[in-house]
Design a protein. Structure first.
Length: 626
């Protein structure tokens, strides 16, 4: 079909980026579109849909769709099904693309070209973006784009998506009408087999003089240590352990500065305003509540910094490979590792990342245990209680005791998750085991720009939560804790006579066996909306609990003086297992297609949390820590 007679969408022609995972497809999407992106979900499913716009050198405005990474158009996962359906025009509510841009990793043509051949058979016009040519050249791989174009029968251009002008050749190609023509297939209706594609790729590589694999010597040397059967797992444990040590050691100074600023703000504003309800709202509600959460931002930034470095360097897939045998013992595969690791940042992207797991049972079990990973929203709670009850001292002259306790809490969540996965395997009527096959990308130094962007995005998300849902819930809690006013002649803090005080005392009946007082009980409710709100809620409740003979003080020393050590341990045990925020439960409902598994998850997590807190509190009390 001639490009001149093709009918494009009024908003502009639509090009779809197609490629294997880790081929640089998303980097190319970001290079083309910049900030002109919108993210949604495909109709009827929860797979993310990313679309953007860009302008070619000739001034043509094009739309581009970043399709989920796929190894094949014979789908084995929800992500691959979406890619296959969009290219075939079967996706509900989705326009079929006018052009497919196949992004190919120049360092791994053998695997990438099979997807190009499959995309050609869809009948769409196809162009190939030969990406990562800089890395290929550095490894001694010279790919002749013109010969590759002749072999494939489609246009091929070199790209380096991470460089400022690395997509210029592709942009120029998209201005040529020939690029939008369908390829002339010699046998378009042939039922090609996997073996036939393998043979075609072998011939193409032979034509290019690339039929002999070129080893990545640097990565191979590193992998001899990192993937060593005896050294690999201990090295991974050391890496994770040092991360948790740094979370406390590095964050001490900035946290102290934020605490000082928050305290100064409360005192200054309190001195300027008259003693009215508005002063209480600003000082006891907003500053004490939201300020009590912001103080933990440095620890969250440090944790995300290390996760981004591990991801950028190429180490994360190795960690999945190392853990495959261990996870296989509980009925999972190493492919579950990356969704579970993502859950340390937030369970929501971790649950969504489980879409890449092809086996339905493994995907469901991974979703069900993802909330047991210690997300960053739990970190403020852990940091508050560890800072209040665990002394700062070194163990063995090397390690911080507080960091050791934090590490043990993360380990407790992981062990709990593995036990649940093992139990699910025992109860399953059918057991499925498949070898782990995954790509191990080459190592490379993390790019400062990418890490900075990732950290800034996380800071913005955290601050939006503080300024949005956390602020709103803090104000609501302040109102419930301030009204109605106590009767004339009443003794004690006014909050004891408020709506929050009444509700807290009712909940305390349920939570008293695990050592929770009414202040802790009432703070658990807003904590369901966002875990870190619990810290702000405690700050508000205790600020309003101050009587005329007392003054509100910093939250950490306050709870250290009012709680027992047994209660603190019980709260820590609760947060290891308790269900995460309502947004997480909503994500589980979307991913599993109904309420059944969401309610099962909520029930078993609440049960585990209560049991763990009960056992912890009783043992601590018996040990004399009350």
């Amino acid at each position: 079909m001639n490009a001149a007679v093709m009918h494009f969408h009024p908003a502009g022609p639509l090009a779809a980026l197609v490629g294997n995972p880790n081929c640089g497809k998303t980097a190319l999407f970001n290079r083309l579109t910049g900030s002109r992106q919108k993210v949604a979900n495909y109709a009827g499913v929860t797979v993310e849909r990313k679309e953007g716009k860009f302008t070619t050198p000739a001034g043509k405005t094009l739309r581009v769709l970043d399709l989920p990474g796929a190894y094949s158009l014979h789908p084995r996962s929800p992500d691959e099904r979406i890619t296959s359906d969009v290219l075939a025009g079967r996706a509900v509510g989705e326009k079929r693309p006018d052009l497919a841009i196949c992004v190919v990793d120049a360092t791994n043509l053998r695997r990438n070209l099979r997807l190009v051949l499959a995309t050609r058979r869809t009948g769409l016009p196809v162009v190939v973006a030969l990406n990562m040519t800089d890395l290929a050249t550095a490894r001694g791989i010279q790919v002749d784009a013109q010969k590759l174009s002749q072999a494939l029968g489609v246009p091929v251009v070199d790209t380096v998506a991470i460089e400022a002008h690395g997509a210029d050749a592709l942009l120029a190609l998209l201005d040529q009408p020939d690029a939008w023509q369908r390829p002339a297939l010699a046998n378009p209706d042939a039922d090609e087999t996997v073996e036939a594609d393998h043979e075609t790729v072998r011939r193409i590589l032979q034509t290019l003089g690339l039929d002999r694999a070129v080893p990545n010597l640097t990565s191979d040397r590193i992998d001899r240590v990192v993937l060593n059967p005896w050294l690999g797992l201990p090295l991974l444990a050391v890496v994770l352990f040092l991360i948790f040590q740094a979370v406390f050691a590095w964050a001490e100074a900035p946290m102290g500065a934020i605490e000082s600023i928050t305290g100064w703000a409360g005192e200054t504003v309190g001195a300027l305003l008259p003693d009215t309800w508005f002063r209480s709202l600003i000082v006891d509600g907003i500053i004490a509540g939201a300020g009590g959460v912001i103080v933990f931002l440095p620890q969250i930034v440090i944790l995300f910094f290390f996760i981004l470095v591990l991801e950028e360097s190429g180490y994360l897939p190795r960690a999945a490979f190392l853990l495959d045998r261990m996870m296989g013992g509980v009925g999972l595969s190493g492919r579950s590792f990356i969704p579970l690791l993502s859950s340390f940042a937030c369970a929501i992207p971790g649950i969504m990342a489980a879409r890449t797991i092809s086996n339905p049972r493994d995907r469901l079990v991974t979703i069900m245990i993802a909330p047991l990973m210690t997300c960053s929203a739990r970190l403020p709670v852990y940091a508050l209680l560890i800072g209040a009850f665990i002394p700062r001292r070194e163990v063995g002259g090397l390690f911080e005791l507080q960091g050791l306790v934090l590490f043990s809490l993360y380990v407790a969540g992981i062990v709990g998750a593995m036990l649940i996965a093992w139990l699910a395997q025992r109860l399953a009527t059918q057991r499925f085991s498949a070898p782990l096959m995954m790509e191990l990308p080459g190592y490379h130094l993390p790019r400062v720009r990418n890490i900075a962007i990732g950290l800034w995005q996380r800071i913005k998300i955290f601050l939006r939560r503080v300024g949005g849902i956390i602020l709103a819930l803090t104000i609501i809690l302040w109102f419930l804790a301030s009204y109605p006013a106590p009767p004339v002649g009443a003794t004690g803090a006014p909050i004891e006579y408020s709506f929050a005080g009444t509700l807290g005392r009712a909940l305390a009946v349920i939570f008293e066996p695990i050592g929770f007082n009414w202040q802790i009980s009432i703070s658990l409710i807003p904590g369901l909306a966002a875990r870190e709100v619990m810290v702000g809620a405690l700050g508000t409740v205790y600020a309003l609990s101050a009587t005329a003979d007392d003054t509100a003080q910093a939250l950490m020393p306050l709870i250290a003086s009012q709680w027992t050590f047994a209660t603190a341990l019980s709260v820590l045990a609760w947060f290891v297992f308790a269900p995460q925020c309502l947004a997480t439960l909503a994500t589980v409902k979307r991913e599993t297609g109904g309420w059944k598994w969401t309610l099962i998850m909520t029930g078993y997590l609440f049960g585990l949390a209560y049991l763990a807190s009960f056992v912890t509190y009783r043992i601590a009390t018996a040990a004399g820590w009350s």
